[in-house]
Write a protein that binds this ligand. Structure first.
Ligand SMILES: [Zn+2]
Length: 311
C-alpha cells in the first residue's frame, strides 16, 4: 500500500516538473551559419534544426521529405533569400503548409533583410537564370562579412522577441554580447589580414566578395566562368595566362566542388589550392560563426605566407 502511494506521489511530482518545463521556440534554418547565430541569440530558449550540412553546396540541396516534417512543426524558419535556396526551399515550405513560416509570416525570417548587397546585376533575374547564372539578385553569400553577421543576428532576434516577448530581455542580452564579441574578433581579423591587402587570388565559385571587401585581398577571377557553370578547357587556358601574368598562385575552393580544374591551374603556375569553409560545419572544428572566420582567414594567411617565402 505504501509503495503504491509513493509511486503515485512520484508520478504527480514528475508531471508537475514536466509541465513546468518551458516550451522552447522551434527553429528550422536552411544553413548552419544561421543556426549558429540563432543559438547565440536564443540560448536555451530555442531548439534548432538545420537543413543543409556545412559541407554541402547551399544552392543545391536535396529536398528530402523528412525536412517537410521538421518544417511542419516549427515556429520560425530562417533562410538566406536572394534565390540562394530557390531550387529546394520552395517545395519544402509549401508542402509543410505551416502558416507560422509561410512567405510573409512573422516566423519567416529572410536573413538578408537589411544587408547591403554586393554585385546586384542590372540584367533581369529571369534572363540571368535562363543563362544558367545562379546569382540573380546580387551575391547571396553575404554571411562571409562578419559585419553582416550582426544584421543576420538582428533579424533572428526580432523573430525571437515576436515569438516569445517575455524573453525579450534575455535575447537582447545575448544579442549585445554576440555583437560585442564579434567586434573584438573583427579587430583581430583585420589585423591578421592587414599585411595581405591587395594580394590577388582566384576563387572557384563567386562566394567571397563580402569576405574580400571586408579584409582587402583581391579575387581576380573564378574557375567557374559564371556562378553555377563548370569551367571549359578554354576558360582554364585563359585563367592560366592571367595567373602567370599577374603572379597569382592561390585558388580557393569549397569542399563540394571537384578540385580537378583548380589542381590543374595550381600545377601550371606552381601555386596551391586552398580549401575554405563555405559555412559553419564545413570542417571539423568549424562549429561557431567565429570559427568560420578563424578557419578561412587563417587558411588564407598560411597560404599567402607560404607563397611569399617561395617567391
Ligand atoms: Zn553562389
Amino acid at each position: 500500500m505504501m509503495n503504491r502511494i509513493k509511486k503515485l506521489l512520484f508520478s504527480i511530482i514528475l508531471l508537475m516538473s514536466v509541465s513546468n518545463v518551458e516550451a522552447k521556440i522551434r527553429v528550422v534554418s536552411t544553413l548552419p551559419n544561421f543556426s549558429a547565430i540563432a543559438k547565440e541569440i536564443g540560448g536555451d530558449k530555442i531548439e534548432v534544426t538545420t537543413i543543409a550540412k556545412g559541407y554541402q553546396n547551399p544552392h543545391f540541396i536535396d529536398p528530402k521529405p523528412s525536412f517537410i516534417i521538421k518544417m511542419k512543426k516549427t515556429d520560425i524558419l530562417v533562410w538566406a533569400g536572394l534565390d540562394l535556396e530557390i531550387y529546394w526551399l520552395t517545395p519544402l515550405l509549401e508542402n509543410s503548409r505551416n502558416s507560422n513560416i509561410m512567405w510573409g509570416a512573422p516566423g519567416n525570417v529572410d536573413a538578408s533583410k537589411g544587408v547591403s548587397l554586393l554585385e546586384i546585376p542590372n540584367i533581369p533575374a529571369a534572363q540571368l537564370r535562363a543563362g544558367g547564372d545562379i546569382h540573380v539578385y546580387g551575391n547571396p553569400h553575404y554571411w562571409h562579412d562578419p559585419q553582416n553577421g550582426k544584421i543576420i543576428a538582428r533579424n533572428i532576434y526580432d523573430a525571437f522577441v515576436n515569438a516569445s516577448p517575455k524573453d525579450a530581455e534575455y535575447f537582447k542580452r545575448n544579442l549585445e554580447d554576440f555583437n560585442s564579441r564579434l567586434d573584438t574578433s573583427i579587430k583581430k581579423w583585420l589585423k591578421l589580414m592587414e599585411p595581405f591587402k591587395g594580394w590577388k587570388i582566384i576563387a572557384y565559385h563567386n562566394s567571397w566578395p563580402y569576405l574580400e571587401d571586408r579584409f582587402g585581398f583581391v579575387i581576380v577571377d573564378f574557375v567557374e566562368p559564371k556562378p553555377g557553370i563548370p569551367p571549359s578547357p578554354n576558360h582554364l587556358v585563359k585563367l592560366i595566362k592571367k595567373m602567370r601574368n599577374q603572379n597569382i598562385k592561390i585558388i580557393i575552393i569549397s569542399p563540394y566542388f571537384s578540385d580537378k580544374p583548380a589542381k590543374v591551374l595550381a600545377d601550371k603556375v606552381g601555386g596551391q589550392v586552398v580549401l575554405v569553409a563555405p559555412s559553419v560545419g564545413a570542417f571539423e572544428g568549424v562549429d561557431s560563426y567565429f570559427d568560420l572566420f578563424d578557419y578561412n582567414l587563417g587558411s588564407l594567411v598560411d597560404a599567402f605566407k607560404s607563397m611569399d617565402s617561395k617567391n
